[in-house]
Structure formats: structure tokens, C-alpha cells
Design a binder for this molecule. Structure first.
Ligand code: FAD
Length: 476
């Protein structure tokens, strides 16, 4: 009575809905992860993200072994590999947790079709969201629709009861010798290295991979930084955010576990101020759910702008300026510091993501989809829904109906990096210059030359005027 559980972005044993249901069906359970060439061969895979993924798989494999179970690795098209493995093991059922992304949904449809032809049961669960798509809707019972605006979504979402964390299996029945023999034909492989997959990444990761590290990070955040999250989260030099994004992306931590941790600190916090800070972090978790939910209902978001007139916008798309932006050589210190942080660590602070996105679209007048792709090529937490949501928000082309947003890099730096600590950290070549020059970006040409730092590639005020004019003409 063997069942197969297929891990994808739920790389943990605890608080895992699909795994718990599979285990309830039968403790005679084998798990697998499939390296899909259609994903590996894409041109927007970040080495840091791959390194984190492999680290999570390594620690998951170990955790399975400790329970007497097996995590098998496959490499190939899931619609071939999963049914082949199910057949080789004689599995009666295959379980997995569903995804919201268009590619994943189509892949799952194909796998399900093949398994059904083989008379293997398929059980698809929802795990990665507190409220799966369709659970929080606007309107009345016979006219319900998905939300397209965050604030009313949050109001409704926050009122809904949340599930408690799910207990992990306590022991598993491993494969029998006979089962193990059956695996020879299906090409179960050893966990590949980063190099085997064609990537290299040498820098430390912002979060150690695996369930234990994610839990420790959550605990430490909930012990301290969460109480001042709202005050600190916009200052990129401060360690004011959780840095849990890679763990949430790959499910190294369960979302019910995360939510429960926020409720526990909320229950024990007496001051309104402390509670407001916790609430502010809960709102970020809801942004994550909002973007995943809209991606589920409006998959066309993945292809391009949601709103008019952005599909007709005459982007200038200057390749040299784009290269300068990617390399952190625009001559705008706050933008360059942020891009260097991204390139060197695979992560960028949220405030800076907004600054560089506004700069790319509104100052350089480059299509936001170029930036979206570069972020996917570099981010450890790169995630279609959150990234697309963030870029469309910054470009003003997405779900959020607010008008044009244009950030002034100097005002942003003045407000959020007033002592230029973040700028100095990431731009050592101009560390010795005066704070006011670093913040405003008014660096004398001679200083630029002496430091080997580029002069500003555009003039913000001129670009702002130009952008507004193009937009006005387009709207008519
Ligand atoms: P915290 O502030 O501690 O927030 C906790 C968690 O809430 C995050 O880990 C994340 O899962 C979620 N979250 C927070 N803010 C957002 C948000 N605005 N949208 C969706 N979820 C959010 N986040 C990604 O996870 N992957 C991406 O590819 C991504 N791309 C982005 C691109 C742009 C242009 C912008 C403006 C934002 C993007 N974000 C993305 C959202 C946000 O910047 C990161 O989630 C956050 O910086 C991660 O750091 P943290 O874990 O310390 O966040």
C-alpha cells in the first residue's frame, strides 16, 4: 500500500499539508523531487536560488533518512518521471501540493493525466498559502470574484480563521529491498551538485538552507526585530526585516508555522506599538498571498502589463543604460549600492527593490519586464508572483490602481539612508566622500574621476518631465 509524495516548493517535513495527508493514507510512503529540464534550462534562473534549493534538498534528504524514509531524486520531464517512478514502486496514489504559477499548473495537469491513465490516484493539496485561491473573495455568494486591490483583500483575509500548523510524520516505513531493486530502471539519481546543474555560486547565502535554519531565523526575528518591524523595515542598512523570503519561496518553513509564531507574539504583546509592528509584518505575509492569488486568477499577468496604456508604452530600452543599471554603475549611489547588494548576495532590501525598479522604469524609461527578468536571474527568493507583482506595482501597470509612482533617488536616500551607511557599505570606492554628496548623488565630476565612480547617466528631473510627457501623450 505504498504512496508517493512529490516535493516541489515545500521542502520540509513539518507543517506540510500534502505530506501529512499522504502519510495518513499510508505510512509506507516514499518521497521524491524531480529536476525538471524545462525549469533548469530557462534563462532566468539565479545561481543563488539554485544553491539555496540544493541546500534545502540536502537537509531534507537527511531528515527523511533520520525518520527511516526515503527522498529520491529524479531528473527529466515530470510527466515521464513521476508516472515511471509510481509504476516502479507500485504506488497506489501520488500526492503533491498545488502551485499558482501557470507553468506549474500546466505541468501538474500533464502529470495527472498520465497517472490517471495508469490508474494511479492523484491527490492535489493546498499548502503554500494560508488561504488558497478562491477562499477569500469579494462580493456575495452568487457573485463572488477574486480581489484585484490589496487593501480590501487584506481586510477580508485578516478576518478569516487560519489553520493550525500540521504535525509531521514521526516515522516512515522505508523502501523494502524489493522496492529498492525496482528503482534501478527509473533512474533515481544522487543529489546533483550546483556545478552538475551548470551553476556556480561562491558567496555566503543570506539564509542557511533547510528547515532548521528557517525555523531558527523565524524564532530570532519573532524574539526581537518583529517588535520594531514597521519602524525599521524601510532602512536598508538595518537588519529590520526577517530575511525569510528564500524559505517562504521554497517552503523550507510552513506558512501556518509562520502565522502561529506571529499570533503567539501578538498574544503576549501588551503595547499598542508592539502590536502595530507585528500587524505590519502580518500584512507583508498577506501581500505574498495577494500576489499569488492574483497570479492564479489572472495568469496573463506573467506575460505583461495588466493595465492600459502600458502595453503600448514607447519604452526607450537603451541597452547601455540597462547594463549600467544591472552592474550598479548608474552614478546614482543609492541605486548602485542596491544593485551591488543584489549582485553580490543574491538578495536586495525591499525599499531598494522599489527604488531601483522606479529608477529603471521612470528614469531610464526601460521596460519593467527587463528588470523583472534580471531580478529572476539574480534573486535568491526570485518568485514569479511576488516579483511580477513588485515590478508591476513599481511600473504602475499592475493590479494596484494608484496613479503614477515616481521615486526621487535623492529623497529616498535622504529619508532611508540619511548617514549613507548603506551606500558606503556597498560602494567602497566613494566611501570617503561627504555624506551629503553620497545621499543627494551630487558628486563632483573630479571626485567621480578620482574614485573611479561613474557620473550620473541621466538627469532625474529631466527624465521625470520626459516620462510624464510620454505618459500624458499616450493617455491622450
Ligand atoms: P520581510 O519584510 O520580513 O517580509 C516577510 C515576508 O513577506 C517575505 O519574506 C515575503 O515572503 C513576504 N513579502 C514581503 N513583502 C512582500 C511583497 N511586497 N510582495 C510579496 N511578498 C512580500 N519577494 C519575493 O519573495 N520574491 C521576489 O522575487 C520579489 N521580487 C520583488 C521585486 C520588486 C520590484 C519588489 C518591489 C519587491 C519584490 N519582492 C519579492 C517583495 C519583497 O521585496 C521581498 O519579499 C522582501 O524584501 C524579502 O525580504 P524579507 O524576507 O526580509 O521580507
Amino acid at each position: 500500500n505504498l504512496v508517493l509524495f512529490w516535493h516541489r516548493r515545500d521542502l520540509r517535513l513539518t507543517d506540510n499539508v500534502g505530506l501529512a495527508e499522504a502519510f495518513e493514507h499510508s505510512p509506507n510512503l516514499v518521497s521524491c523531487f524531480c529536476f525538471d529540464p524545462d525549469i533548469l534550462e530557462r534563462d532566468d534562473i539565479a545561481p543563488a536560488r539554485m544553491a539555496y534549493l540544493l541546500g534545502c534538498l540536502e537537509s531534507l534528504e537527511k531528515a527523511y533518512r533520520e525518520l527511516g524514509g526515503h527522498l529520491l531524486f529524479l531528473r527529466g520531464k515530470p510527466e515521464d518521471k513521476i508516472p515511471e517512478l509510481a509504476q516502479a514502486l507500485g504506488a497506489r496514489a501520488v500526492y503533491w501540493n498545488q502551485d499558482v504559477e501557470p507553468y506549474g499548473r500546466e505541468r501538474d495537469r500533464r502529470v495527472k493525466e498520465r497517472l490517471t491513465q495508469q490508474s494511479v490516484e492523484v491527490h492535489e493539496c493546498w499548502d503554500q498559502l494560508l488561504h488558497p485561491p478562491g477562499e477569500v473573495l469579494t462580493g456575495t455568494s452568487n457573485n463572488c470574484k477574486p480581489y484585484t486591490v490589496y487593501t480590501p483583500y487584506w481586510k477580508n483575509w485578516s478576518r478569516q480563521p487560519k489553520d493550525q500548523p500540521i504535525t509531521p510524520p514521526d516515522s516512515l516505513q522505508g523502501l523494502s529491498e524489493k522496492d529498492e531493486q525496482g528503482l534501478e530502471g527509473v533512474g533515481a539519481i544522487a543529489l546533483p551538485s550546483l556545478r552538475d546543474l551548470g551553476f556556480t555560486w561562491d558567496a555566503p547565502l543570506i539564509l542557511e538552507p533547510g528547515e532548521a535554519a528557517a525555523k531558527a531565523q523565524l524564532e530570532s526575528f519573532c524574539n526581537q526585530a518583529i517588535y520594531s518591524y514597521d519602524e525599521q523595515r524601510n532602512f536598508p542598512f538595518n537588519d529590520g526585516t526577517s530575511r525569510l523570503s528564500p524559505a517562504l519561496k521554497f517552503g523550507a518553513i510552513g506558512i501556518r508555522d509562520v502565522w502561529r509564531a506571529t499570533e503567539l507574539v501578538m498574544d503576549t504583546t501588551r503595547s499598542d506599538e508592539g502590536r502595530d509592528n507585528i500587524l505590519s509584518w502580518q500584512q507583508e505575509l498577506a501581500w505574498r498571498e495577494f500576489y499569488q492569488t492574483v497570479m492564479y486568477f489572472f495568469p496573463e499577468l506573467a506575460e505583461g502589463p495588466y493595465r492600459e496604456p502600458w502595453d503600448r508604452f514607447p519604452w526607450q530600452n537603451d541597452e547601455q543604460k540597462f547594463a549600467a543599471w544591472c552592474e550598479g554603475k548608474t552614478g546614482f549611489p543609492i541605486v548602485d549600492a542596491a544593485m551591488r547588494q543584489l549582485n553580490q548576495t543574491g538578495w536586495m532590501h525591499n525599499r531598494c527593490r522599489m527604488i531601483v525598479a522606479s529608477f529603471l522604469t521612470k528614469d531610464l524609461i526601460i521596460n519593467w519586464q527587463w528588470g523583472e527578468k534580471y531580478f529572476m536571474q539574480t534573486l535568491i527568493d526570485g518568485d514569479l508572483s511576488a516579483n511580477n507583482g513588485g515590478w508591476q506595482w513599481s511600473a504602475s501597470s499592475g493590479m494596484d490602481p494608484k496613479p503614477l509612482r515616481i521615486f526621487n533617488p535623492a529623497s529616498q536616500a535622504k529619508k532611508y539612508d540619511p548617514e549613507a551607511e548603506y551606500i558606503r557599505h556597498w560602494l567602497p570606492e566613494i566611501r570617503a566622500l561627504e555624506t551629503k554628496d553620497l545621499v543627494t548623488g551630487n558628486i563632483a565630476p573630479l571626485d567621480c574621476e578620482a574614485c573611479g565612480y561613474p557620473r550620473a547617466i541621466v538627469n532625474h528631473n529631466e527624465q521625470q518631465r520626459l516620462f510624464k510627457q510620454i505618459y500624458k501623450d499616450l493617455k491622450g
